[in-house]
Every structure is written in C-alpha cells, then in structure tokens.
Design a protein around this ligand. Structure first.
Ligand code: LLP
Length: 418
C-alpha cells in the first residue's frame, strides 16, 4: 500500500505531481511519502496492541534525518548498528531509552558512546563482544543492559545475502552457547541481562520462519527464567517482506497474530525492528531517460540513475517495478533499463515490457524507500541523488543533491605531487 497514484495519467506522490518536484530539484531523485510511512508505522504498531511492545524502526533501511524525525514523532524507537546511526536517531529526537544497538562488529569506542548515551539495550552478537561490553561498562562505571542475539539456525527462505539466522551466517550466538554466556555474564555486576534477541533475515514472505525462531527463543527464555534471570525484553528483530512484484507477504496483522499467540504466555515487552515494511513502498527513485539504443536484438533505455544510486538489482537481482511518470502511449516494447555506470551489472530491469519510452521521459523506480539511498555510493564519481519528503500538498528537500565539490572535499593532494 502506498500513496503514489496517477491522476489524469500523471504520477503523483500524495497531492504533489512528481514532475513538479523534478522541475525544482532535478533527477535522479528519491521521493518519500510521509503519509505512507505514517500509515505503515501505525498499522504495524497497532497490530501488536494486545501485548506490551516497542517498535524500534531499523534505521539502516532509510536513515534520512527527516524520515527518522517523522517516525520518532509517531512514537518509534530505533534499531541501530553503528554510532553513525545512533547519532542520527538521537539527533532526530528518538530518545536513547527507545534505542537498541545490534551488529557483529561494534567498536569499543562505539560501545562507550552508546553506554554514555543511555540506550535501552545492546544486542550482543558474540562472547568476545560481551566480554568487551563488560570491561567498558566497568571502566566507565555505567551498567550495560544487554540481550544476547541468538542464532536460531532457522531458514528464512529469502535471498542468501539477506538471510542472517542460519549457522553459516556470521550473526548471533549459537543456541547451545547462549545459556552459558548469560551465566558467565552474571559474574560481572556491570552486565545487566534484560533481554533476548534474534533476527533471522530480511524480505521474508512467510510467517513460519518467524514462529520457528520465536519458539527457539521461548525455550531459552523459559530456561533462563528457571535459572533466576529476570528478563524483560524479547526482541524478534525485523524482516517482514513487502510486495515488489507478485510476492504476497503476510500483512502485519497476520504476522502479529502469529507472534502474539506465541509470546502471550511470557511476561515480557516485545521488541520489533521493522525496516523495509515501514519505508520500502513509501519511496521511489525518479530518473530521466537519456538515450535509447539497440545492440543486435537488445533494446536499451539508458537513464540518468545508476547502480550507485540503487544497487539492489545489481546486488540481489532484485525486481523493482518501473513506471513512467506520465502515461502517454499504449505502445509497449521489451527493453533493458540501464544506468550510466561502467559495469554490465548496472541495470534496473532486464527484458522488461514497458510503455515505449523516449529521450527526456521520466521514470519512477518503485519500492525504493528501503535500502535505496542508504546503500548508494559515489562510484564513477557520481554525486549522490537528492531526497525529498512529501507530506500532503507540500514537499520538502530533506537532502541536497551532492556537488562535485562535496565529492572531492575530503581529498588531499600531497604537496610533493603538486
Ligand atoms: N534488525 C536487524 C538486526 C537487521 O540486521 C535488519 C536488517 C533489520 C532489523 C531490518 O530488517 P527489515 O525489516 O528491513 O527486513 N540490503 C538488503 C537488506 C539487508 C537487511 C539487513 N538487516 C536489501 O536491500 O534487501
């Protein structure tokens, strides 16, 4: 569900014609719908109203400060994986008391900063990290609230690059080592065990892997309770998928129902870390057709956005719908939509049937709100796109387009080379 719709053959974001935004800020450009984000967040959170819960939006999906501020106003907490994300969340007004910190490679300086900021909990991913957390907590005299992230060895049946809860993945602590780790943590009074955590992967389109993971967590939770631990937070991570093409992920209500059923018997606060399901369909990447060309049998439409702007098709062979911003013709043709980057992997669609496109036409690459801009780069010395947030009839520039000066501003030519 989203608020990108056609009126009189012209694509709008909420009440604003996409073309109007492009006329002002150019292409390529990311456009986010505030109304869509708010709706996704409220539907998601309301689905869990039967149980005590906290929705910690996963900042990695889209970390624009305006998006974070909007979600913060709706009551969202944050799931962060670096101090960069932590500082963004705090700056956007999300209180530290609603922030959880995951990630396999937290640096000591990051741990110290998060401790001092007073975050809700650390989701610890290895025994050595736990030891490090304990040492730092002791040295700064601040107790460290933590959950261990369990690797429940559950197959989320998603793209291998985004599955995280299998033994062969680097994430979490093997189930059989978890209890011992909590017992060991007891020896350091600066380590406060307050929760248990798992995250099994992303773009999951079936509830059963979540339920399997939850059952494993419950068994550990009950064992820890028996051993005298008084945990409060059960964190199930994120991962609920969205429809990019014809996938049919369970709606949040169905996902929530299955989870609530399992957690009801426990006395806990449920934490969820959704990213994609909140922002994925709330954003588009708008690009302009530069040229058409034909190589043998293949027809190419070359656009001004590249894999540096949206890497998902190149990296995961991900499918994104592509729609013209203005519907002008019923004539269709099969084309590859490709970017200007010097890589054959620089494509947005292959052998895709699209309305015939001409030089100068605008295209919307749909479902680009999650893992879009955040994964962009400067490859080929291309400036990163601008970002705009639409709210009703108004639109706001929420990140300026980068300039060539921005690109080179951190680089230094040593004097001897001048
Ligand atoms: N929590 C943790 C610990 C995570 O690692 C992730 C995502 C999430 C929450 C949020 O997952 P979501 O609800 O968005 O599925 N770049 C990939 C996705 C990588 C996801 C990494 N972790 C993509 O473009 O599909």
């Amino acid at each position: 569900m989203h608020y990108f719709t056609y009126h009189l053959n012209e694509l709008y974001c909420e009440e604003v014609p996409v073309k109007e935004i492009v006329n002002k800020f150019g292409t390529p450009i990311y456009i986010y719908s505030a109304r869509t984000i708010r709706r996704h967040f409220s539907v998601f959170s309301a689905s869990f109203k039967e149980v005590e819960h906290l929705v910690c939006y996963s900042v990695k999906a889209n970390s624009n400060l305006a998006v974070l501020a909007l979600l913060g106003k709706e009551g969202a907490g944050a799931d962060v994986v670096s101090v960069g994300e932590l500082v963004r969340a705090l700056k956007a007004g999300i209180p530290a008391s609603k922030i959880v910190y995951s990630g396999v490679g937290k640096r000591p300086d990051e741990i110290e900063l998060a401790l001092k900021a007073g975050i809700l909990m650390f989701n610890v991913e290895s025994l050595e990290e736990l030891e490090c957390l304990g040492e730092i907590a002791k040295s700064v005299g601040i107790k460290a609230p933590f959950a261990l992230r369990v690797n429940p060895n559950v197959d989320p049946k998603t793209h291998p690059y985004i599955s995280t809860g299998l033994k062969k993945n680097k994430f979490g602590i093997p189930e059989e080592e978890v209890i011992d780790a909590y017992l060991k943590a007891k020896k350091n009074p600066y380590l406060l065990p307050i929760g248990l955590d798992a995250h099994i992967g992303s773009q999951i389109t079936d509830v059963s892997p979540f339920v399997s993971a939850l059952r494993r967590l419950k068994a550990i939770w009950n064992e820890l309770t028996r051993l005298g631990f008084e945990l409060r937070y059960l964190d199930l991570g994120g991962g609920l998928g969205i429809p990019y093409a014809d996938e049919e992920p369970p709606p949040p209500e169905e996902y929530a129902r299955a989870i609530i059923e399992e957690v009801k018997p426990l006395d806990c606060t449920l934490i969820l870390e959704p990213g994609r399901v909140i922002v994925g369909n709330a954003g588009i990447l708008v690009t302009r057709v530069l040229y058409r060309k034909t190589n043998g049998d293949k027809k190419f439409v070359i656009v001004d956005a590249g894999m540096n702007d949206l890497i998902r098709p190149a990296l995961y062979q991900a499918y994104h719908k592509i729609q013209p911003v203005k519907l002008t013709t019923s004539e269709e043709e099969v084309v590859d939509v490709v970017g200007p980057v010097c890589e054959s992997g620089d494509f947005f669609a292959r052998d895709r049937k699209l309305p015939r496109l001409e030089r100068g036409d605008l295209l919307a690459i749909m479902s680009a709100g999650a893992y879009g801009f955040v994964m962009s780069s400067n490859y080929n010395s291309r400036c990163r796109a601008a970002e705009v947030l639409v709210d009703g009839e108004t639109f706001y520039l929420v990140r300026k387009r980068e300039t060539i000066d921005d690109l080179i501003s951190l680089e230094i030519i040593p004097d001897y080379l001048k």
